[in-house]
Write a protein that binds this ligand. Structure first.
Ligand SMILES: [Fe+2]
Length: 230
């Protein structure tokens, strides 16, 4: 389902400003693409409403109605360099959201749940998440959280769990996923990956970076995931 015209390659490190959206030059002369403009929360909602599987669309019933948006304190992470790769690898349905993410990455509050001591420097260099909706998101909500997870290529997200019920919708990148006793399986962009409360789960990316929308429902949306003992 991915475009597949390019292999993932290491882009230049971020400079803290907005990510650059690369132009696909494989099918003719380069054409200027307009700088995407719009509201990330609305764009994520539209993506879910139009194309996401029903299990993800179920979160729309709790989507915040208010148009209020927080002013975020930007906190760039190295992992956001993968947004530019994802923006040229994506299936068409995720294009507007990935382009808008790339243009606004420098103004989002990117976070990491774990430390180098827990997961190693290579993981930390290729991992990050940012809330669009939720207690720390652009749109305040205490009912659901929705955000973006980034994992670079060839990255293993160790088994972890949390009380929150979770659904992922990959936007770009086919990765391997594992939930509980179920074996490793591929999840392509546009599919849904569901994690019941307290079910251990892990992710292994392959040649492509993974950019995925995550959705949480819990009475405690500020909780942190816990790594499983090795
Ligand atoms: Fe999770």
């Amino acid at each position: 389902m991915t475009g597949g015209r390019h292999r993932a390659s290491e882009p230049p490190p971020p400079d803290g400003g907005p990510a650059t959206v690369s132009i696909d030059s494989s099918t003719g002369p380069p054409a200027a693409r307009p700088t995407p403009d719009g509201d990330l929360v609305d764009c994520a909602r539209e993506f879910l409403a139009r194309t996401a599987p029903p299990v993800a669309q179920g979160f729309l019933a709790d989507w915040p109605l208010s148009r209020a948006r927080r002013t975020m304190t930007p906190s760039p992470l190295a992992a956001t360099r993968w947004l530019a790769v994802a923006a040229r690898e994506h299936p068409a349905a995720a294009g507007p959201l990935l382009d808008l993410l790339g243009a606004n990455a420098g103004s989002l509050a990117w976070r990491q749940t774990y430390t180098v001591g827990q997961v190693g420097a290579a993981f930390i260099d290729n991992y990050g998440w940012a809330e669009l909706v939720g207690p720390r998101g652009l749109a305040p909500s205490d009912r659901i959280a929705c955000g973006i997870l980034i994992l670079g290529p060839h990255t293993h997200y160790p088994s972890h769990c949390h009380e929150a019920y979770e659904v992922y919708v990959p936007l770009a990148g086919t990765a391997r996923w594992k939930q509980g006793e179920r074996g490793w399986h591929d999840a392509a962009p546009g599919s849904a990956v569901e994690h019941a409360s307290e079910t251990p789960h892990a992710i292994q990316t392959m040649v492509e970076p993974l950019v995925a929308l995550f959705l949480w429902r819990s009475r405690d949306l500020a909780q942190s995931a816990r790594l499983e003992p090795p």
